[in-house]
Design a protein around this ligand. Structure first.
Ligand SMILES: Cc1cc2nc3c(=O)[nH]c(=O)nc-3n(C[C@H](O)[C@H](O)[C@H](O)COP(=O)(O)O)c2cc1C
Length: 151
């Protein structure tokens, strides 16, 4: 039985093979920051010996918003609460991986700025015509740089 044995996932050492699958909780605040309740929930998972927690989807572009109360790691995001959540999980020997998501023109609610997607094609549901992703690549790259601060 290897469930309770240490292992390595993508270069990250985990204390066991108990993983929490990516699960969007809708627990960020209105500004896309991790809420105290979300930190408490993740801390509880780590306390309960979950070795690796994969977050629900996290946006990395400032205009992206897949669902209500999604965590944002966008260029303008305040990451202090996400840092504190990560530290709390680490404090109990757990690890966290952020699942990055980008929905482009299929976003939730009205766009807060320029929307970009792989192709400049109108989404039939939202009616949004996004810019081609290549033209707006600075956002995601900055988001990815920030990702290295975590896990
Ligand atoms: C409430 C809820 C939220 C979820 N959010 C995400 C998500 O943010 N990202 C993702 O990749 N999968 C998400 N999933 C899918 C789960 O990670 C998992 O793959 C799915 O529940 C299938 O697992 P199962 O076959 O054990 O039921 C979500 C599932 C549920 C029920």
């Amino acid at each position: 039985m290897k469930v309770f044995q240490q292992g390595t996932v993508g270069g990250i050492e985990v204390k066991n093979r108990v993983f929490r699958s990516a699960t969007y909780e809708s627990m960020a605040d209105e500004g896309g920051r991790v809420s105290p309740a979300m930190t408490e929930m993740y801390t509880g998972l780590a306390k309960g010996e979950v070795g690796l927690i994969i977050t629900g989807y996290v946006c990395f572009a400032s205009t992206d918003n897949p669902s209500a109360r999604t965590v944002s790691m966008g260029p303008d995001a305040d990451l202090s609460a996400l840092r504190a959540l990560t530290d709390a999980v680490h404090g109990h020997g757990g690890r966290v991986v952020a699942q990055l998501a980008h929905v482009g023109s299929q976003l939730h609610g009205a766009p807060s700025g320029e929307v970009f997607a792989p192709s400049a094609v109108v989404d039939p549901v939202s009616g949004i015509l996004p810019m081609s992703g290549e033209a707006r690549v600075e956002g995601p790259i900055e988001g990815r740089r920030r990702l290295f601060m975590f896990n």
